[in-house]
Design a protein around this ligand. Structure first.
Ligand SMILES: [Zn+2]
Length: 421
């Protein structure tokens, strides 16, 4: 038996009054964080203890009226998150915690105890949950959650977090389930290429494509909104504050972008699940996307080559979010008993997958590959060719690091010295 922990985000249906209350809580949580950070910077090193911070928080809740909007447990969660942020910093996983600004930070409130939520399903599409100091609220039921008679030892909701994005308030559950270890997958092997004209091309000839994330009408609207925002910004006098109208336009733009992002994520989830179910071994290119994006522009001394084309490519890489696809595949293959491998990327799109030779001019265009080697002459889709190369590299034993299972296995960073064990 293996326990699995995952998150699930559900959309909340709040009344305008409840939205205001939740906003207040989130602002109070952010203020709490900022006060805590100020306290930390002020205190001498030896006095920065959890107990002292807790006392300071309790005092702040007494002294400042609007902090009382935040439930006591959520305030404790802020404290816990703050201390963990420092630990992450000292372990080299993150930057040092900083003040959270009103506009640039994500609004969120923690509900640390799962049982406080008292979740129940009231309809095929709706569930209800208790949120401290707000009351009982409805949320969209889109996934099986271990509540009521489905909850038991190992299967439960351990907590949740209220998160606000451009589409409104959501409830992000922390779910824990207990399942059987998957049997080793017996399906075929496959190589996958990140395509330029096809989002995902598989070595067995299959391709996964998607429609545009926004409809023509939505795109027109987005363009219109962006133009309007640009125009309003142009006519702003220096030092003038952002008008309420302009801010509303920004909100509309953010809404449309969030919609596109949500559709993209939905497609990625569906596709990666299908792939993880069908194949035992999945081989992908080890791309370093951040480097590719960085290298295009170059520096002022050594400007990059083909900047326009590359930045177009980068844009599409970012849009397709290859990194996220790999992350999803990593844990999904592990869940289905398969494995994910990464192979070094260079040359996979230039080499012929039939004869293995790299002949100049073989890649006729973005889409077409025709081998120019006199004895071969293989022709096909360029992305399909690259996917076949990726699988071939794995079969030759060139896999870099077994990526599968990395999502589950956590190695201790510091090993105790032998004497201390
Ligand atoms: Zn060839």
């Amino acid at each position: 038996m293996v326990t699995r922990q995952f998150g699930h985000r559900a959309r909340l249906a709040l009344s305008p009054a409840e939205v205001l209350k939740t906003d207040d809580q989130a602002h109070a949580a952010r203020t709490m964080w900022n006060l805590l950070h100020a306290w930390w910077q002020m205190m001498p090193k030896e006095k920065r203890t959890l107990a002292n911070a807790d006392a300071a928080i309790r005092q702040a809740r007494k002294d400042i009226d609007f902090l009382a909007a935040l439930p006591a447990q959520a305030a404790q969660a802020v404290l816990k998150t703050y201390f963990r942020a420092w630990k992450n910093c000292w372990d080299g996983r993150a930057n040092a915690p900083d003040f959270k600004s009103r506009l640039r930070s994500v609004m969120s409130v923690d509900v640390p105890q799962g049982r406080d939520l008292n979740i129940s399903r009231v309809h095929r599409r709706w569930g209800m949950a208790n949120i401290p100091k707000i009351g009982r609220v409805r949320f969209r039921w889109t996934k099986h959650l271990p509540v009521g008679k489905h909850a038991g030892d190992g299967n439960r909701i351990t907590g949740a977090r209220l998160v606000k994005d451009a589409l409104g308030w959501h409830l992000a559950f922390r779910v824990q389930t207990l399942g059987t270890r998957p049997e080793p997958h017996t399906g075929p092997e496959v190589g996958i290429d990140v395509g330029i004209n096809v989002p995902l091309a598989l070595s067995d000839g299959k391709t996964y494509e998607h429609d545009e994330w926004l409809t023509a009408k939505e795109k027109t609207r987005l363009l219109h909104l962006e133009q309007r925002a640009a125009q309003r910004k142009r006519h702003r006098r220096p030092g003038e504050r952002t008008s309420r109208r302009l801010r509303r336009t920004y909100d509309r733009i953010a809404e449309l972008r969030a919609k596109a992002k949500r559709r993209a994520l939905d497609w990625q989830h569906k596709t990666t699940t299908t792939i993880a179910r069908a194949y035992s071994t999945i081989v992908v290119e080890a791309l370093t996307i951040t480097n590719m994006v960085k290298s295009a522009r170059g520096t002022t001394e050594t400007p990059g080559k083909n900047v326009a084309q590359k930045s177009g490519l980068n844009r599409s890489i970012n849009q397709e979010a290859w990194g996220r696809t790999v992350t999803l595949l990593t844990y999904k293959t592990a869940q289905h008993g398969g494995t994910l491998h990464k192979v070094p990327a260079p040359g996979t799109s230039q080499r012929c997958s039939a004869c293995g030779l790299t002949t100049p001019g073989s890649r006729e265009s973005q889409a077409v590959f025709v081998c120019k080697s006199p004895d071969c002459g293989w022709s096909g889709n360029a992305d399909h060719n690259a996917a076949r190369n990726v699988l071939h590299l794995y079969r030759m034993g060139l896999a870099l690091i077994p990526a599968a299972g990395r999502a589950v296995v956590r190695r201790a960073k510091r090993v105790k010295p032998a004497t201390a064990r």
